[in-house]
Design a protein around this ligand. Structure first.
Ligand SMILES: NC(=O)c1ccc[n+]([C@@H]2O[C@H](COP(=O)([O-])OP(=O)(O)OC[C@H]3O[C@@H](n4cnc5c(N)ncnc54)[C@H](OP(=O)(O)O)[C@@H]3O)[C@@H](O)[C@H]2O)c1
Length: 215
């Protein structure tokens, strides 16, 4: 049985936990305030889910989702995530996260920051450009013509394949945006960030995306 660990249990974390439980995964979910604050969510999720500390969620997960305000990324436990696929849903909002110099000057990208914090994990950027509520309303079985597509980016091909498989199970097609350094193509204010897109539409959006300095 594969366990999905979640660091962050807010809009996105709770929705991904719902999808994971619905597709037969064990779930260990965490937030910053402690497992006792997640009892209502865990009751809703049922017997295959439990709440834990972020450290325990990182230890328990075969695949671990990081879905927290970006400003807190340095608190993500490093050692228990060594060798694991880590899904990064995070976006940069300076008004929420404070200014981060290397994102403001575009010398790196959000998921590269997390990858640098977790040098021996396999970070895959995913689920960052869909509104949380749509994760459970826009999902469709594979094969339909108008299935929504979600972008991924990552430096490890096997990790990307694992995440693409998970996204397919959850009800979405996948478009590979390339390595983590290309993740800016689906950051805030790019064409693909937010709207419902099929594979072809999302590919087009990624191709025409501009960096902030070129807007
Ligand atoms: N909302 C969306 O539709 C959406 C869509 C795509 C991507 N995103 C991105 O995904 C990330 C999460 O967004 P969200 O809307 O789900 O945020 P949110 O609703 O504010 O939830 C954030 C969660 O992270 C937890 N958290 C904060 N700091 C933590 C830490 N140091 N360790 C462990 N858990 C911590 C919070 O726990 P406490 O409540 O206990 O502090 C809370 O459960 C953000 O980077 C956001 O930009 C959001």
């Amino acid at each position: 049985m594969t366990t999905i660990g979640l660091i962050g249990a807010g809009h996105i974390g709770s929705q991904l936990a719902r999808l994971a439980v619905a597709h037969g995964y064990d779930v260990v979910i965490s937030n910053s305030r402690g497992p006792e604050t997640l009892s209502a969510l865990v009751t809703e999720l049922g017997s295959t889910a439990r709440a834990a500390s972020a450290l325990d969620a990182a230890r328990a997960g075969d695949i671990v989702v990081v879905s927290i305000p970006l400003r807190n990324y340095r608190t993500v436990p490093v050692e228990p995530l060594i060798g694991k696929v880590v899904i990064d849903t995070n976006n940069y909002y300076p008004q929420r996260d404070g200014h981060i110099q290397e994102l403001d000057d575009e010398s790196t990208t959000t998921s590269e920051l997390l990858q640098a914090h977790l040098p021996n994990s396999k970070v895959v950027k995913a689920f960052n450009h869909i509104y949380a509520s749509e994760l459970t309303t826009h999902c469709l079985p594979a094969g339909g013509q108008h299935r929504r597509a979600l972008a991924i980016a990552g430096d490890d091909p096997d990790a990307k394949a694992t995440v693409a498989n998970l996204i397919d199970q959850f009800g979405f097609d996948t478009v590979d945006a390339g390595p983590l350094a290309e993740g800016w193509r689906i950051q805030r204010d790019t064409p693909g960030y937010g709207p419902r897109r099929t594979i072809d539409e999302l590919r087009r959006d990624l191709a025409v995306a501009k960096r902030y300095r070129d807007l």
